[in-house]
Design a protein around this ligand. Structure first.
Ligand code: GAL
Length: 452
């Protein structure tokens, strides 16, 4: 890892729980599911037998809050729950997942539960601003320093990752994975049949897109029914146009949102939108990824949970059915998305919750979860042989890439800004007004305290 970005996160302004956790916005729709545990999904990576040592907690209850439901999301969680139950048959597990990609609905449900004094035992939260300027600043989560010391974890996670889950010398959550956000997944047969090569630059991307369009193939699948998917496409273009140093400067106010490079990125984003499927606004991320899986579109820019969806759910083979390449001009960069779990201060049965965190932070837990989820382990000592060719390559890339935090997935900026950016990008996708979008982004940054 070459770039330490923890500083960026802690430099952001601290605001209230309402601003940071809810973004002042009600969920787009009522949460559709509040799942109770179902039978564990079939997993290829069978967890090892439970150790002989007796767990500390007994007869307790743990309620796990996440947004991992359905296609491509749930299998990893179920793998973890299965492992936890093997280790703690006496602790009841409640899976309180709320459907909606990137926490679209879950974050608002969580905020109202936390405010209403009904916190879950442990909840999914992205490392970075979402954790630190949200729940930590609001005083709602417990420091986990003792747990880290007891488990010897401080030397087991990359320092940059620990910085993302720390504030003022305390560690506040346990990272279970690292997802990469700057990836194009493509249908290999479509590329091969049309003589198209994986694009490395913007010029190559548009040349490939033109060639595919000329053959009647939809070049790029987008599913921005939940607006974060369009923000994600845009942030990867931003990274490609600005480079990692200037991209990182955006989040500390050291580069203004009306900079000429941001304008260039927005114009390129607009150009890119001319190559997407017409029904993008009606699809979620899985529906868009499925277009590539079925050969109805050639490429999809998505975090590598799409890889989990392809291999775990759809049983596609990497390098046979689908290929991948970093988004244009980001070959040496790694857009980091890390899922972590935090412990609410006033939750009941903290002992059982800590047992859950121990499983999440263990090598065994990470190696059950990540091969199914499409992510790489957060720990540095995980068993690389458990990962497929994509996972192995990504583990290596992480070590040598420049790291950049994702805006669409909570790490780069305070939740209030992320919410407004989603709205601005959503309007831009339909109206295409570059100057208006630049002005709105700049105003939103100022309003949310993103300044030098
Ligand atoms: C991200 C999360 C991933 C995946 C994705 C799509 O925010 O970090 O684990 O769940 O949303 O829902």
């Amino acid at each position: 890892m070459k770039r330490k970005f923890g500083v960026i996160i802690s430099a952001l302004t601290v605001t209230s729980l309402m601003l940071s956790a809810c973004g002042g916005q009600a969920p787009a729709q009522a949460p559709s599911e509040n799942k109770t545990p179902t039978a564990p999904a079939a997993t290829e990576n069978k967890p090892a037998p439970a150790p002989a040592a007796k767990p500390a907690a007994s007869g307790g209850k743990v309620e796990i809050f996440s947004w991992w439901t359905g296609a491509g999301e749930e299998a990893g969680l179920q793998g973890l729950i299965k492992l936890f139950k093997e280790k703690h048959p006496d602790i009841e597990v409640i899976n309180a997942a709320v459907a909606g990609g990137a926490g679209t609905n879950a974050k608002a449900v969580l905020a109202s539960r936390m405010q209403g004094g009904d916190p879950p035992s442990a909840f999914q939260v992205h490392g970075g601003a979402e954790l630190n300027t949200g729940w930590v600043a609001a005083g709602k989560v417990s420091p986990l320093n003792d747990l880290y010391d007891q488990q010897g974890w401080k030397s087991k996670f990359p320092k940059d990752l620990l910085d993302l889950v720390s504030k003022d010398g305390n560690i506040y959550s346990v990272p279970v994975n690292i997802h990469r956000g700057n990836v194009i997944f493509y249908n290999k047969k479509i590329f091969d049949n049309n003589g198209v090569k994986a694009p490395a630059t913007f010029d190559e991307f548009f040349a490939a897109a033109d060639a595919l369009k000329a053959k009647g193939v939809t070049p790029l699948a987008l599913g921005d029914k939940e607006p974060w998917a369009a923000t994600m496409l845009f942030e990867n273009i931003l990274l490609g146009k600005l480079g990692p140093d200037d991209y990182n400067k955006l989040w500390t106010g050291n580069l203004a949102f009306d900079d000429a490079k941001v304008k260039d990125a927005l114009e390129t984003f607009k150009k890119t939108l001319a190559y997407v499927n017409k029904d993008h606004a009606a699809r979620n991320w899985q529906d868009a990824a499925q277009l590539v899986a079925k050969g109805e579109a050639a490429m999809n820019v998505m975090g590598d949970w799409a890889k989990g969806y392809f291999t775990t759910d759809l049983k596609l083979k990497p390098n046979e059915d689908f290929g991948w390449v970093t988004t244009p001009n980001t070959g040496g960069d790694f857009m980091v998305i890390t899922d972590t779990f935090a412990l609410p201060k006033d939750s009941k049965d903290q002992a059982s919750a800590k047992e859950w965190l121990k499983v999440l932070g263990s090598v065994e837990g990470q190696d059950v979860f990540n091969p199914l989820k499409g992510s790489i382990p957060a720990r540095i000592d995980a068993d690389v042989s458990k990962y497929d060719v994509y996972g192995k390559a990504t583990i290596e890339d992480f070590k040598k890439s420049k790291l950049t935090p994702s805006l669409a997935h909570g790490s780069a900026a305070i939740e209030g800004f992320a919410t407004q950016a989603n709205q601005i990008i959503n309007i831009f996708v339909t109206q295409g007004n570059v100057d208006q979008a630049l002005k709105s982004l700049k105003q939103a940054a100022e309003a949310n305290g993103i300044k030098k």
